[in-house]
Structures are given as structure tokens and as C-alpha cells.
Design a protein around this ligand. Structure first.
Ligand code: HEM
Length: 163
């Protein structure tokens, strides 16, 4: 049964607080460190400070302490990413390392799902290469009607699953 107290627990607390975000971001940056496309994008030789910024941002976003904004001001994340070319490849690599990191947390689905959906959406919103600004192909079904055969029927409906 859900008590009133449970309703007031933030997502940050529900997933295990700071320790969980520390594990998530550490695992994610292990992937970035070994990634030949993403690693050269990071201006600093030491990935530690970037890891700390992402960790503090995610903690704040999910209801934890506001240390990120105290140190960095308003997130303005899309603007802060403008100096970097983020196309579909960069987004999908970022998400692949994040997926591995989320998997490692082994959260219950009711917590994992909103976290993952947020990350997919946020990563896509960072894309700044116009021709790549299509949503990622996650569980997307496209229906097209083929009228190219020139006959009199209604055409053939084809469903293509892009998941
Ligand atoms: C889509 C692929 C992405 C790429 C390739 C990417 C790459 C980068 C790079 C190169 C930096 C500069 C390193 C630094 O100074 O911290 C950065 C900073 C940052 N990124 Fe991303 N990023 C991506 C998506 C995201 C997403 C989805 C989020 C949030 C959910 C995020 C949060 C941050 C934060 C908080 C910073 C530090 C901003 C600051 O305070 O200066 N990034 N990112």
C-alpha cells in the first residue's frame, strides 16, 4: 500500500540517492573514455570534471540537491552543447553508453523506464546537426501506402518496424 510518505519521496531518493547517480555516471564515462568518436569531443584531458558536472546535473533534475545550479548557473544544456557537433551518431553512441550504465543499476522497471525515457528524449534534444534531427528509431512503426502500381485498388499498406 502506498502511504502518504511514499508519495513524497523524490525520484532521486527512490532510486537510491547520490550513490546511484555516482554509479550511473561513472559507468557511463568508462564507456565515453573508450569511445573513439565521443572521447575527442571532450576538451579536458581529465574526464573527471565532466563526470562531476553530469552527475550533479542529473541529481538536481531528479529532485536531489541543487549543487549543479549553485556552481554552474542555469543548465541551458542545449546552448552549452552548441560548441560540439552532435549528430545521430554522437547521440546514439552517448545513448549506448548510458544504456549500459542504466542496465548496471538493475533498477525495478517502474524506476528504470522513466529514467531511460528521459535520457533518450534529452539526448535527442541535444542534436544540433539539422539533417539528423529525426527522432531516434526506438519502437517506431511507420505505415506507408503504396500507390505506385497504378491499378484501381486502394493501394497496399505496408508497416515497417524500425525498432
Ligand atoms: C547527445 C549526445 C551528447 C554528447 C555527444 C554530449 C557531449 C558533451 C560534451 C563534449 C560536453 C563538454 C564537457 C564538459 O565540459 O562537461 C558536455 C557537457 C555536458 N553535458 Fe553533454 N552530451 C550529450 C548529451 C547530454 C545529455 C542528454 C545531457 C543531460 C541529460 C547532458 C548533460 C551535460 C552536462 C550537464 C554537461 C556540463 C554542462 C556545464 O555545466 O558546462 N549531455 N556534453
Amino acid at each position: 500500500m502506498t502511504s502518504q510518505h511514499d508519495d513524497q519521496v523524490t525520484f532521486f531518493e527512490a532510486v537510491g540517492g547520490e550513490e546511484t547517480f555516482t554509479r550511473l555516471v561513472r559507468r557511463f564515462y568508462e564507456g565515453v573514455a573508450a569511445d573513439p568518436v565521443l572521447r575527442p569531443m571532450y576538451p579536458e584531458a581529465d574526464l573527471g570534471p565532466a563526470e562531476e558536472r553530469l552527475r550533479l546535473f542529473l541529481m538536481q533534475y531528479w529532485g536531489g540537491p541543487h549543487t549543479y545550479s549553485e556552481r554552474r548557473g542555469h543548465p541551458r544544456l542545449r546552448m552549452r552543447h552548441f560548441p560540439y557537433r552532435i549528430g545521430a551518431e554522437e547521440r546514439d553512441r552517448w545513448l549506448a553508453h548510458m544504456r549500459a550504465a542504466v542496465d548496471d543499476l538493475a533498477l525495478p522497471p517502474r524506476l528504470e523506464q522513466p529514467l531511460w525515457e528521459y535520457l533518450v528524449h534529452a539526448a535527442h534534444s541535444m542534436v544540433n546537426v539539422p539533417q539528423d534531427a529525426r527522432p531516434p528509431a526506438v519502437n517506431r512503426v511507420v505505415t506507408v501506402t503504396d500507390r505506385s502500381r497504378g491499378d484501381d485498388d486502394e493501394g497496399e499498406t505496408i508497416s515497417i518496424s524500425l525498432s
